[in-house]
Design a protein around this ligand. Structure first.
Ligand SMILES: NC(=O)C1=CN([C@@H]2O[C@H](COP(=O)(O)OP(=O)(O)OC[C@H]3O[C@@H](n4cnc5c(N)ncnc54)[C@H](OP(=O)(O)O)[C@@H]3O)[C@@H](O)[C@H]2O)C=CC1
Ligand SMILES: O=C(O)CCC(=O)C(=O)O
Length: 447
């Protein structure tokens, strides 16, 4: 490791003890940016990276709510406002028992670069709680959301910070959060995205992260003169991102072999087609069931308890569940089985060691901050529509999403292509994301 990189990472590590996910995200960015700054001295002497790793503000608060048995429950809430150089803080809320400061800081840090890549004026933030919506009644989820927003409302605003969904926060939660904000502030503004269509949401926002990932994959394949037609795809997760990545990939002629949840994965050798996917959507979004119940309807599939899908044979892998879900040995298994492309739908799902295996074997690899940016980009479009008090059609939003994903792909190629023609999308995404934020920070002085 180069001396400057090591010294920078040592300092970040000393200042942020016990935050492994945050350090992992910072390491990946610094590895690309420090050499870039060497070659572009205008970015030196502004302490840009040192400032970027320091959140502008972190809010941590108690969330007290009463469960269905009348017992008081206490959770912890957070909002990490990472960087507002190019726009109001923007990024999702995660409700999951694993949520802690390290995870939210890594997500907020990634969000800064991702949001810059979208070409829209969006700063970066992330928040959430260690509350687990699984197994809770709708009323419990509502009471939790109301209590969470009763503190959060004072820190957000449509020109200040605009949260959205992430793991454990979907349409139901956004509705309850929005309702409580409106009640407290007595105003109807676009302070959250991912809203229901009847109260200011954008068409295509629910689909956008998954669709965007597939559009990005399509562009990567096109650089090799290839297409998605008949490609076999291994998907992990069965939530929002996984479902709509599957939907778009099926539409473009690919064959989805696997989907998963935190208990295990299903493998369907005949492919998960549109009808089978509708079953999964109903199972996950309405019944809130487990992926293994797929076999109740489609017994010819197999279920693998406690396992991830990466040992199966597939042309493409799309990890769409959570961070660090694809390890070095998984990457090696994918390579050995002929995988040619990995498109991250989740945030940081592949470990650094796994990414190294992909790069060594010239597998096309896109980091989540590029390939899953369609979600936040469409949130940006939702904000624009709210400001205009106007709504675009599905076709209009989808067209803008395609254009944005195409532009992100181009930016990654510009900064990531090496002499052999291979594109290092990690390097490309980090540098392209950095440049816009860095220029804005330099222009705004010592803030
Ligand atoms: N929603 C969005 O617009 C965006 C989401 N992302 C990222 O995509 C990923 C998925 O988010 P999303 O689909 O919205 O979330 P959902 O809550 O809708 O779905 C999450 C899926 O991942 C699984 N999962 C969650 N945690 C774990 C874990 N620790 N181990 C194994 N599986 C797990 C869940 O299984 P189970 O139900 O068993 O927990 C579920 O199938 C996250 O990394 C998120 O940050 C990125 C950009 C935008
Ligand atoms: O839509 C948004 O604002 C946030 C989406 C998100 O959380 C993400 O990109 O990881």
């Amino acid at each position: 490791m180069n001396k400057e990189l090591k010294s920078f990472l040592d300092t970040v590590s000393d200042r942020n003890p016990n935050q492994p996910e945050f350090l992992q995200a910072v390491h990946e960015v610094a590895e690309a940016i420090i050499p870039f700054m060497e070659q572009n001295p205008k970015y030196k002497n502004h302490k840009l990276l040192e400032r970027m790793v320091e959140p502008e503000r972190v809010v941590m608060f108690r969330v007290t709510w009463v469960d269905d048995h009348g017992d008081m429950q206490v959770n912890r809430g957070y909002r990490v406002q990472m960087n507002s150089a190019i726009g109001p803080y923007k990024g999702g809320l995660r409700f999951h028992p694993s949520v802690n400061l390290s995870i939210l800081k890594f997500l907020a840090f990634e969000q800064v670069f991702k949001n810059s890549l979208t070409t829209l004026p969006l700063g970066g933030g992330k928040g959430g709680s260690d509350f687990d919506p699984k197994g809770k009644s709708d009323n419990e989820v509502m009471r939790f959301c109301q209590s969470f927003m009763t503190e959060l409302y004072r820190h957000i605003g449509n020109d200040k910070d605009v949260p959205a969904g992430d793991i454990g926060v979907g349409g139901r939660e956004i509705g309850y959060l929005f309702g409580q904000y409106k009640r407290i502030q007595n105003e109807f503004t676009g302070i959250l995205t991912g809203k229901g269509y009847s109260y200011g949401g954008s068409l295509i926002r629910p689909e956008a992260t998954g669709y965007g990932n597939v559009y990005f994959t399509k562009s990567m394949l096109e650089t090799q003169g290839d297409t998605l037609k008949s490609k076999t795809i291994l998907i992990s997760g069965s939530g929002n991102v996984a479902q709509y990545a599957a939907e778009k990939a099926i539409e473009l002629g690919a064959v989805i072999l696997t989907m998963s949840d935190s208990s295990g994965y299903i493998y369907d050798k005949d492919g998960i087609d549109g009808e089978k996917l509708s079953f999964i959507m109903e199972l996950k979004n309405v019944k809130r069931g487990r992926i293994k119940e797929y076999l109740d309807e489609y017994p010819e599939a197999t279920y693998h308890e406690g396992k991830t899908p990466w040992n199966e044979k597939g042309d493409i892998a799309m990890p769409c569940a959570t961070q660090n879900e694809l390890l070095k040995e998984d990457a090696q298994a994918l390579v050995n089985n002929g995988c040619i492309l990995v498109g991250e739908g989740a945030n940081m799902p592949c470990t650094p060691e796994a990414i190294e295996v992909f790069h060594k074997n010239k597998v096309l690899f896109s980091p989540g901050k590029a390939s899953n940016a369609g979600g936040v980009a469409t949130s940006g479009l939702e904000m624009s529509q709210n400001s205009m008090r106007y709504g675009w059609t599905s076709a209009e939003v989808d067209e803008k999403l395609k254009q944005i994903m195409n532009d992100i792909h181009e930016a990654c190629v510009t900064y990531g292509r090496d002499e052999s023609g291979y594109v290092d999308y990690v390097k490309g995404a980090n540098i392209a994301g950095f440049v816009k934020v860095a220029d804005a920070m330099i222009a705004q002085g010592a803030v």
